[in-house]
Design a protein around this ligand. Structure first.
Ligand code: AMP
Length: 418
């Protein structure tokens, strides 16, 4: 398939694609669209930023345009992602069809959603919490949902939505088409796929765990007390937009406030009111400021094409989040860079991330590992692992700004081997 015109999509969609200059399908689109148009279930994995959204939205809109009495439900883990998916759907829909959509996400007034639901929408995009909320209020019925998309399924499970997901899928008609996408394929995702999909076509573009090919990854090893100083130096060296990831909501705010003395910066985390979150994202997209400090709420799905750099000020708790964070840059084939600022305390997490990137699997949990983890970083460091890592770490430690770094191109040495 060389152009979108080769697909059996509704004319109105082809016209809109022309307008937004989507000419050639990306690999995930080229593989998913024809299968989904045939009505088959799809179990897809692809790197972030590969064009996954259009891969599921185009066949789904084509179906509901041709069968106006059927409905489609797209379930995503975060509000931002839901808004992004809905925005893209709106660009593709004609004014007439735009009246029949509902965005069901937390943090937004319920009355607006209720009025959207009164029109019997045939495109519903939402997050599991608010969708269940509407189900309990009996304001949402799912009996005419013929097309179901489960996007970022791994994230959904990580965020603890397993039960909500189960409740929602139990209410969907059995006779439906389901497209499920997950960036990583751990065991629980395979069991979810077995449960919710019927004889799916498996589509894997690249290797799900491999960071986007064009993302140059660097690490800088620092003493904990030096982290902020090194961060400001690294920011100064860079040009273009930067997203900095911090661990906690409060940490995110504090870091942004500290940086605000020197740089134009904003922050985003899950406790901000939805209106504020939207404004922050919009201004970042419009380059009103250069630096966004974020918790993992912003790590997945957000599509801001111009982010040149990702800086992991705090290393994420789980390796999948690392992949998603760095996937915020290097989107749609552009180049990007990712820097990890790694202190002594981060070493076990950093080791786990590298193990995941190299093997595609999570590190096996060692006996007593929880005890070890607790004592790491305190005076009671006893485990042989901690001691070994500590000494090798010292060799790399940052002294007075002479940062030792290691570099690799995602997809090079770090590529998954199996
Ligand atoms: P996604 O992985 O869906 O978030 O898409 C990543 C980026 O690629 C977004 O900025 C899309 O607008 C862009 N994109 C996706 N598919 C195409 C295409 N076929 N042609 C041009 N840009 C695309």
């Amino acid at each position: 398939m060389n152009t979108f015109k080769d697909f059996d999509l509704q004319e109105v969609l082809l016209d809109k694609l022309d307008k937004i200059e989507y000419i050639e399908p990306t690999p995930i689109q080229a593989q998913t669209i024809p299968i989904a148009l045939k009505g088959k279930d799809v179990f897809g994995s692809a790197q972030t930023g590969t064009g996954k959204t259009a891969a599921f939205i185009l066949p789904l809109l084509s179906h509901i345009i041709s069968q106006p009495n059927s409905a489609a439900l797209i379930l995503v883990p975060t509000r931002e992602l839901a808004m992004q998916v809905m925005d893209f759907a709106k660009t593709l829909l004609s004014n007439r069809n735009r009246n029949k959509i509902a965005l069901l996400i937390g943090g937004q007034p319920i009355f607006k959603q209720l009025s959207q639901l009164r029109f019997n929408p045939n495109l519903i995009v939402g997050t599991p919490g608010r969708i269940n909320d509407h189900i309990s209020r009996r304001t949402l019925k799912l009996n005419n949902v013929k097309y179901f998309v489960l996007d970022e399924a791994d994230r959904m499970l990580d965020m603890g939505f397993t039960e909500e997901l189960e409740k929602i899928t139990n209410l969907l008609p059995k006779d439906r088409q389901t497209l499920m996408f997950s960036a990583t394929i751990p065991k629980d995702i395979i069991s979810i796929a077995n449960k919710y999909l019927q004889d799916p076509e498996r589509i894997a573009i690249g290797e799900a765990q491999t960071p986007a090919l064009k993302v140059k990854q660097e690490t800088v090893f620092v003493k904990k007390d030096n982290k902020f100083k090194i961060l400001t130096e690294e920011i100064t060296k860079r040009e273009g937009s930067i997203i900095i990831f911090a661990k906690t909501k409060i940490g995110t705010e504090k870091l942004a406030n500290k940086l605000a003395g020197k740089f134009k910066v904003e922050y985003i985390h899950g406790d901000l009111r939805q209106g504020r979150r939207d404004r922050v994202i919009k201004s970042f997209k419009n380059s009103k400021y250069r630096i966004l400090v974020a918790t993992d709420v912003a790590a997945r799905g957000l599509d801001i094409p111009h982010i040149e750099h990702v800086i992991n000020y705090d290393i994420p708790q789980c390796p999948e989040d690392y992949i998603h964070r760095i996937g915020r840059t290097g989107r749609a084939g552009k180049e990007g860079s990712a820097l990890g600022i790694i202190s002594c305390e981060d070493k076990p997490k950093w080791k786990a991330i590298n193990y995941f990137i190299e093997t595609g699997k999570k590190e096996p949990i060692k006996k007593n590992s929880s005890k070890r983890r607790k004592s790491f970083g305190s005076d009671r460091r006893r485990s042989s692992f901690s001691d070994r890592k500590r000494s090798s770490f010292r060799g790399n430690e940052n002294r007075g700004g002479d940062n030792r770094r290691s570099e690799n191109r995602g997809g090079g040495d770090n590529r998954r081997k199996n």
